[in-house]
Structures are given as structure tokens and as C-alpha cells.
Design a protein around this ligand. Structure first.
Ligand code: A2P
Length: 278
């Protein structure tokens, strides 16, 4: 079983360097089995959200696994419909009930909803204080959104979860987050599976004798980011976690960095649609 590494967040808690993504992981047995498989294969970090509709399945797999709760890191997110102070507190209590695993390791505001996000953040500060969530953070926040929180709130987010891969390498955001001690989590680190046959990536993977998916995941880790590859297939779940026994040389990292073409597979928070991600 691959031995993984951890990053330390700005509140002192550790976070496993790779997590299983569950966006688009079908609620019910599919998600339940994927989470169980991942825990069996060595993952200790699962990322879910209220909006994905699979918190119950994640919680049930965590409870049914042979791994101690204390050794598993579970993230869930506040959906945009629940932003605001009171509604965020209530939504977190409901997520805790659905998950039924005692506490949430990391609770994120899913989407920077105008006029609601600052109040939602104040609620997350209270939830952290109460121990319902150990760490708090945000998702899909731009530098502008993070600056706004810094001015109006007490706690700096531990995490910002955004779409990140070499084809959408948000270097300016990474530099900003490094300087503010905010860790970046990479959702859709495989570019949603849409670039795995891209010739330059395939060439690099062949050179290093690993798969294109492993290159994308390792690239994120070596940049100090936490990739959250989604898979419901046990073989691919295992492949995506087998990334701790090789290094990408710095010259190849630069080559991968240069693949950036602002290729967004999900949502663009700088130009948000009138609705938010589900
Ligand atoms: P599946 O769940 O059937 O494995 P991302 O995390 O970037 O959003 O990518 C998720 C997509 O990539 C899903 O369609 C997933 O399908 C697929 N995927 C996950 N891991 C791999 C892999 N190692 N090789 C090829 N496709 C993968």
C-alpha cells in the first residue's frame, strides 16, 4: 500500500495530500463502494458536498470501514442556497446528521455567493469554535473574494478548493495563497479526464514510466496543492493514489507548467453564472 504524505494547514491540523473526489459520484451504492475501496487502498481523505447528494453514502462507508474515524479526513461543503449566517449553521448541522461521523474535518463555502458569502464565513468561524468542523475554508474563491474575507473576518481560510491542473494552472492564485498561508486543493485535477490522451502529457508519462493521470496528480502535490481525483473504479482509484514513489524532475515540472491554456472544465468564478455548481 503506498504511504502517503500530509500538508499542514494554517490552523495546525494536517491534511492528507491526496483525497478521493466524489463530485458526479452517483449517490447510493456507487459512492459507498468507491469510498470503501479508497479507504481499503490507503486513502485517508474523502471530499464530498451537500450539493453532490452523497454525504450519507460517504458517512456510511467511513463508519463501515476498518479505519479509525480519527485517521480519516472528511470534507463537505455549504451549498450556495444555504449561504447566510443562520442558514449556514443549520446546513452544517444537517450535514453532520447526514454524515453521522461525529465531526467534519473541513467545511467549505462551496461558492462565493455575492452578498451572502461574508455572513456564511462568520457562521463557519462559529462552527469551528464549537468544534463541529475542525477546519474551515472556501471553494471557487478568487483573490478578490479572499481579500474581502481578510478585511471583514477573524479567521483566514485554511483551504481554497478550485479547479487546477496544468491546462488550467492558476499561478497567480497559487502565489497569492502561498503568501497568505492558504493551501490550494485541486478539484478536477485530471481535467475531468479530458486531457489524458494529450500527446505532450502522454510523452512525459511514458518517459517516467507512469500513467498520465499519475503525472497530473503528482504535479499538483509537487506544487504543494492537494489533488482530489474522482473515480468510482477500484483500479483507477488505486492508480490515482500510487503517486508517492516517484518524483517529477524540476525541468519536467516546468514543461508541465507551460501547458497552461486556461482550459476550464467546470466553472469560472471570475465570471459566475447566475446559478452555482450542483
Ligand atoms: P471514473 O470515475 O469512471 O474512473 P476529475 O477528477 O479531473 O474530475 O476526473 C474525473 C474523471 O476522470 C471521471 O470521468 C473518471 O472516471 C476519470 N478518471 C479518474 N481516474 C482516472 C484514471 N486514472 N484514468 C482515466 N480516467 C480516470
Amino acid at each position: 500500500m503506498p504511504s502517503q504524505s500530509f500538508f499542514k494547514m494554517n490552523d495546525g491540523f494536517e491534511i492528507p495530500a491526496v483525497g478521493l473526489g466524489t463530485w458526479k459520484s452517483e449517490p447510493g451504492e456507487v459512492t459507498y463502494q468507491a469510498v470503501l475501496d479508497s479507504l481499503e487502498l490507503g486513502y485517508r481523505h474523502i471530499d464530498t458536498a451537500r450539493a453532490y447528494g452523497n454525504e450519507e453514502d460517504v458517512g456510511r462507508a467511513v463508519r463501515d470501514s476498518n479505519v479509525n474515524r480519527e485517521d480519516i479526513f472528511v470534507t463537505t461543503k455549504l451549498r450556495y442556497q444555504d449561504e447566510g449566517f443562520e442558514s449556514a449553521i443549520e446546513a452544517c448541522n444537517k450535514s453532520l446528521k447526514r454524515l453521522d461521523i461525529g465531526y467534519i474535518n473541513l467545511y467549505l463555502i462551496h461558492w462565493p455567493l455575492k452578498d451572502k458569502r461574508v455572513d456564511a464565513w462568520k457562521a463557519l468561524e462559529v462552527l469551528k469554535e464549537e468544534g463541529k468542523c475542525r477546519s474551515i475554508g472556501v471553494s471557487n474563491f478568487t483573490i478578490e473574494h479572499l481579500e474581502e474575507l481578510k478585511e471583514s473576518c477573524n479567521i483566514i481560510p485554511a483551504i481554497n478548493q478550485v479547479e487546477l491542473h496544468p491546462y488550467h494552472f492558476q499561478q497567480e492564485l497559487l502565489t497569492y495563497c502561498n503568501s497568505e498561508n492558504i493551501l490550494l486543493e485541486a478539484y478536477s485535477p485530471l481535467a475531468h479526464g479530458k486531457k489524458l490522451e494529450e500527446p505532450r502529457l502522454v510523452k512525459i508519462a511514458n518517459q517516467l514510466n507512469v500513467t498520465p493521470a499519475q503525472i497530473l496528480i503528482r504535479w499538483a502535490i509537487q506544487h504543494g496543492m492537494i489533488p482530489l481525483p474522482k473515480s468510482i473504479n477500484k483500479g483507477r482509484i488505486g492508480e490515482n493514489f500510487d503517486v508517492f514513489s516517484f518524483d517529477i524532475p524540476s525541468s519536467v515540472m516546468s514543461e508541465l507548467d507551460s501547458l497552461d491554456e486556461a482550459y476550464i472544465t467546470c466553472w469560472n468564478p471570475s465570471n459566475p453564472p447566475p446559478y452555482a455548481p450542483t
